[in-house]
Design a protein around this ligand. Structure first.
Ligand code: AKG
Length: 303
C-alpha cells in the first residue's frame, strides 16, 4: 500500500476526499468534467508558480460500518505463584508456575540422564486417515495405555527410578497424585506440539496436569477456546505466553483443559534439546469401550 493510501486509511475504513470549495481551491466539487479540468489546471499551475509543490488535500473520517474489534494483547505469565486465568464458561481455570522448582545443578544432572536413558521414540499419529510422525519424541509410563490422535502408547510399568522420585516431588508440591507420565523430547527448535487440550475422557473431568521442564527454555502458549458464536474462529480470543525454563514446574488445573488450548510452537531461532515431563492421572477405560475410538479423543488432537 502506498504511503498516501496508508494515510487515507483510518481504522479499517476509507477516508473520503472532501470536495474543494468552488473558485477558491484547485478542484471544484460539482463542476462539469471540462470545467473541473480547466479549473484544476489553472489552480495547479497557479500553485506551481507560487512555489508550492502540492495541492492541499482534506479528508473526512468515515466511520466503519461495523464496530472495530480489538485483538486482545497477549499476556505473559512469568512470575511464580497461582494464576487464575479465567472464570468460565466451564469454571475457574488455574495455572501454578514454580520456576526453579529443581535447582539448576540438580536439573542439569536429571536432564542428561533422562536424555540418555529414557526409551525415546517417534509416535505415528493419524489425521483423517493419513499417518504423520509427531514432530518430537515421546515415551510413556503408566499401568494403562494412553491414546490420542488415533494411536496408542502402550502401558509401561517400568518407571525409571529418577522418574519415580520426580513424581513424588511433584506430588508433594502440587498436592495431587499422579499414576502416569508422558515424556516429550523436543530435539531442537523445529520440534513442537500443536494446539490441543488434554481433555481425553481417560483423564477424567477437570484434570490436574503437572508439567516439569528441563533443558532449553521454550514458550508454552495458551489460547482461550472461542464461544460457539465465533464458529471456531480464534482471532479475538485471549492468549497467554508462559516461558518454561530449566527446572520449572507448571500445573494446569480446574477448567483449563475445557476452556483453553495449549501448544509449544516451533521456533525460528536455534534451540537446544528440551525434555518435558507431564504427570497425569489416567482412569480405566469405560467398560465395553474400544481403545482408539472417538470417546478417547478430542476434536483438537495433539500433533
Ligand atoms: O512440552 C510442553 O510443555 C507441553 C506438552 C504438552 O502439551 C502435552 O504433552 O500435552
Amino acid at each position: 500500500m502506498s504511503d498516501r493510501r496508508q494515510r487515507a486509511r483510518v481504522q479499517g475504513s476509507w477516508a473520503r476526499q472532501v470536495p474543494r470549495p468552488r473558485g477558491g481551491g484547485p478542484a471544484v466539487g460539482v463542476a462539469s468534467n471540462h470545467q473541473q479540468a480547466q479549473s484544476s489546471v489553472a489552480s495547479v499551475s497557479a500553485v506551481w508558480k507560487s512555489g508550492h509543490q502540492k495541492t492541499p488535500e482534506t479528508f473526512e473520517f468515515q466511520p466503519p460500518e461495523r464496530p472495530v474489534r480489538e485483538v486482545p494483547a497477549q499476556k505473559v505469565i512469568d512470575h511464580p505463584g497461582d494464576h487464575v486465568i479465567s472464570h468460565g464458561p466451564s469454571g475457574v481455570s488455574r495455572l501454578r508456575l514454580l520456576p526453579g522448582f529443581l535447582p539448576a545443578e540438580e536439573a542439569d544432572g536429571i536432564f542428561s540422564r533422562l536424555l540418555a536413558e529414557l526409551p525415546w521414540s517417534q509416535k505415528t499419529n493419524y489425521r483423517q486417515g493419513e499417518a504423520y510422525e509427531e514432530p518430537r519424541l515421546t515415551c510413556w509410563f503408566g499401568q494403562l495405555p494412553y491414546s490420542y490422535s488415533h494411536s496408542t502408547l502402550a502401558a509401561n510399568s517400568q518407571w525409571h527410578p529418577l522418574l519415580v522420585s520426580l513424581c513424588e516431588a511433584v506430588t508433594a508440591a502440587s498436592g495431587c497424585s499422579f499414576n502416569s507420565l508422558l515424556c516429550n523430547l523436543y530435539r531442537d527448535g523445529h520440534d513442537s506440539i500443536g494446539w490441543h487440550s488434554d481433555d481425553e475422557a481417560s483423564l477424567g473431568a477437570e484434570p490436574t496436569i503437572a508439567s516439569l521442564s528441563l533443558g532449553d527454555t521454550r514458550v508454552f502458549s495458551l489460547r482461550k477456546k472461542p464461544p460457539p458464536e465465533e464458529d471456531g474462529d480464534f482471532t479475538y480470543v485471549e492468549r497467554l505466553r508462559v516461558p518454561l525454563a530449566h527446572g520449572t514446574l507448571l500445573t494446569m488445573s480446574g477448567a483449563t483443559q475445557d476452556d483453553w488450548q495449549h501448544q509449544v510452537a516451533k521456533e525460528y531461532h536455534d534451540r537446544g534439546p528440551r525434555i518435558n515431563l507431564t504427570f497425569r492421572t489416567i482412569h480405566a477405560e469405560p467398560e465395553g469401550h474400544r481403545p482408539g475410538t472417538k470417546l478417547w479423543f478430542t476434536a483438537q488432537n495433539k500433533s
